[in-house]
Ligand binder design. Structure first.
Ligand code: 5AD
Ligand code: SF4
Length: 464
């Protein structure tokens, strides 16, 4: 039997052992044990948190959304930009008082940030109230880590394993009952010069198509209406594992399954996004007409320094091919401003590209140096002042475009998947169109998970 399967079976045993301890202790103190998972970062991390919640609930804890007062708090961290790291240290520090109030409380910090030695060391030295630290590669071992800490009363650090196997069959407690994310691959081989992901998530590895498709079938059977395939670079799915099925094949096989659902995917890398994938999207109505295609910069010189392996000619080919084959496809992108060496002329190329392409949505980031990546030690760093000024100019250009594109939808009635009461304002419902635009509307919370047309009355740059 493969080691991974044996390891998984052991974890199930550890989980049951934790369950016994927790239920005995809970009975003694007359109150059940509760747990809260706090997530930073991207959808991959959200997905890992759903796995953590699956394990935690199997271990007998009741999940709660408020970390204060919980008996187990897990911080699942992100390392992509400095801001998320700073917030994490602040939030972990703030729990020291909670722990004094509740001696049963245990705190775990895991995820991408903990794969960086310096961060794990900082938690070890300066945050003695943290009981457990583990990385992305040891997530599946959480039951063992928790059992060890509960039994021995010390602290457990488990971050070093970087083999990065795929562990199928981890329990999962999904956030929503109508839309789900499925990781189809893990890690990244691209080493864009600004990005920490390849260092913290390891080399690219793809799940077997059959495992993915059976997860899709299971979700459709449970009534899920929207499924998103996740990967750092979905277009290279299967490549390093020499699978006979590439990403376009996988998507098409999923789109041909019976049932009333729609499919999305992210993220695509322009160097690998194929015409074949766009053809598959064009002929399969269950695949949403939406394409997230991070451009990062509109300047060939900066793209080269970023180690992106494409130029603007290649990028424009993909955009044009999408628009030729799928005229109503929404296209969104990521942009980094202030990459080392970015001149005013380079930045101007990015603005020109935005005006020419007219993205439906844009996620803009200020370049954040990540220790250990090549860009962090480049000499020509851009000052914070210039970065801030470019960021504001970029947003101003994009907001105008987004507003015009959204206003063009006023009077139409797109199909919307209702996500229930809006997190920001519980009095209204929110949902998403096929193009992934957010729509706010009135109605009963019971509409969550249903798909229906919504008449668009007004638009702003961010929502309908
Ligand atoms: N600084 C700023 N933005 C970054 N991203 C990744 N690394 C960095 C960094 N060091 C952005 C990229 C990527 C998105 C998920 O985050 O635009 O596409
Ligand atoms: Fe980072 Fe580039 Fe990999 Fe995306 S493709 S995760 S930006 S290294």
């Amino acid at each position: 039997m493969p080691n991974e399967i044996i390891d998984m079976m052991r974890q199930r045993e550890y989980a049951l052992a934790v369950r016994e301890i927790i239920s005995e202790k809970g009975a003694l103190r007359g109150r059940e044990y509760t747990a809260c998972v706090v997530t930073y970062g991207c959808q991959q991390n959200e997905n890992d948190s759903e796995r953590l919640r699956g394990m935690i609930s199997e271990m007998g804890y009741r999940l709660v959304s408020e970390r204060r007062g919980a008996d187990l708090v897990v911080f699942n961290t992100c390392a992509v930009r400095e801001g998320a790291e700073m917030r994490l240290f602040g939030n972990v520090g703030a729990l020291v008082h909670e722990k004094r109030k509740n001696p049963d409380m245990m705190i775990a910090v895991c995820g991408c940030m903990m794969q960086i030695e310096e961060n794990a060391r900082r938690i070890k030295m300066r945050y003695p109230h943290v009981d457990m630290v583990f990385g992305t590669h040891t997530l599946y071992r959480f039951p063992e880590i928790l059992l060890n800490t509960l039994k021995n009363g010390g602290r457990t650090f488990d971050v070093l394993d970087t083999k990065g196997h795929i562990y199928e069959g981890l329990p999962i407690l999904r956030d929503k009952s109508f839309s789900a994310n499925i990781s189809v691959m893990y890690g990244c081989n691209n080493f864009c010069s600004y990005c920490i992901v390849p260092y913290v998530r390891g080399r690219e590895r793809s799940r077997e198509p059959e495992d993915i498709l059976s997860e899709v079938r299971d979700l459709i059977g449970k009534g899920y209406r929207e499924i998103t395939f996740l990967g750092q670079n979905v277009n290279s799915y299967g490549r390093t594992d020499h699978l006979a099925c590439d990403f376009a094949d996988l998507l098409e096989r999923a789109a041909k399954l019976e049932g009333d659902f729609r499919l999305r995917f992210m993220t695509s890398h322009p160097k690998d996004a194929s015409d074949k994938l766009i053809d598959v999207m064009a002929r399969n109505p269950k695949i949403c007409n939406q394409f997230h295609l991070p451009m990062q910069s509109g300047s060939d010189a900066i793209l080269k320094a970023m180690n992106r392996h494409y130029d603007m000619e290649r990028y424009m080919h993909i955009v044009n091919y999408i628009r030729e084959k799928i005229p109503d496809c929404a296209i969104s992108s990521d942009i980094i401003v202030g990459f080392p060496g970015e001149t005013e002329a380079d930045f101007e190329c990015t603005l020109q590209a935005l005006k020419k392409i007219r993205f439906d949505m844009l996620y803009a980031f200020i370049y954040s140096p990540r220790v250990g990546t090549p860009a962090a030690s480049m000499e020509n760093q851009v000052s914070d002042e210039v970065k801030g000024e470019r960021f504001r100019r970029l947003l101003a250009v994009q907001n105008e475009i987004s507003l015009e594109l959204n206003e063009a939808m006023v009077g139409t009635e797109p199909l919307v998947l209702c996500e229930g009461p809006s997190p920001e304002n519980k009095a209204v419902l929110s949902g998403r169109t096929e193009g992934n635009k957010i729509v706010f509307f009135e109605g009963s919370p019971a509409l969550a998970g249903k798909v229906f047309p919504v008449h668009i009355e007004r638009a702003d740059p961010y929502a309908l």
